[in-house]
Ligand binder design. Structure first.
Ligand code: AR6
Length: 231
């Protein structure tokens, strides 16, 4: 377990180090490692063209609202690149608000390979999906449906045919899915965020009053969904 904890620490995780003495620090890593963890991408900020400053305010606001309601569970914002603008904005704003960095942190990696490539154990991952809940389309949605295999589509269809923006649905992942066996992911939560891209359905035409309201609702639905699994 210690080597796993070390692996997690040595990876790309941006987490202030535990400052306790050595033994306490090992204990701390073990309990953190076993904690239920939700990895989530920044909803709507790539293909859906949502403003990054506004999105980062909303992420930090919603994390602050939920993080202490979730017991020892952790929330982790993930993106693919070390240079991710959204990760650095969120990191700075979360630090300003003194959000507990053991319960919320950012992580650089592919959300479908967090354990195998980054040593970060996340039992739940969120997907920024489309209204039809269909595989493909690019971004994190294509990556998750592809890594999870066809059972995710079947399990998703059993829950819902479509999703309205601002909503999330929790889908238990069949144990036959490679994401379950290889990465330890037991649930995928699909989230539909607001769309500001005119080339995608239901574009909000730059209406950020509506857009921000929907993005807040999306994170509330996501974190409520995670809370329902943790309980
Ligand atoms: N791992 C971690 N983060 C990722 C990954 C990955 N594999 N892939 C992308 N990101 P996006 P949206 C980050 O475009 O803006 C889809 O086609 C990415 O850098 O996936 O909500 C759907 O079908 C960004 O920070 O989602 C919808 O139609 C974040 O994930 C539409 O795009 C979200 O980027 C949804 O657009």
């Amino acid at each position: 377990t210690q080597s796993h904890a070390t692996k997690e620490k040595d990876s790309n995780q941006v987490l202030e180090s535990c400052e306790e003495p050595k033994m306490a620090s090992v204990g701390c890593s073990i309990s953190l490692e076993n904690a239920p963890t939700l990895a989530f991408p920044s909803i709507s900020t790539a293909d859906f063209h949502f403003n990054l400053e506004k999105a980062s305010d909303i992420i930090v606001e919603k994390v602050e609202e939920y993080v202490n309601k979730l017991g020892n569970a952790r929330l982790v914002l993930v993106d693919l690149s070390q240079n991710s603008k959204i990760l650095s904005l969120v990191r700075a704003k979360a630090a300003e608000k003194n959000i507990d960095s053991k319960k919320f942190f950012t992580f650089v990696g592919n959300i479908t390979k967090l354990y195998s490539e980054g040593g970060l154990h996340c039992n739940v991952i969120a997907n920024a999906t489309n209204w039809r809940l269909k595989p493909g389309g690019g971004g994190v949605n294509a990556a998750i449906f592809s890594a999870a295999g066809p059972t995710l589509e079947t399990a998703t269809k059993a829950k819902a045919e479509s999703l309205s923006s601002g909503k999330a649905i929790v889908v238990p992942l069949p144990s036959s899915s490679p994401l379950f066996s290889g990465e330890g992911v037991t649930h995928v939560i699909h989230v539909l965020g607001p769309n500001m891209n005119p080339q995608r359905p239901n574009c909000l035409d730059n209406d950020y009053v509506k857009g921000c309201k929907i993005l807040r609702e999306a994170y509330s639905s996501l974190f409520d969904g995670f809370a329902s699994i943790v309980r």
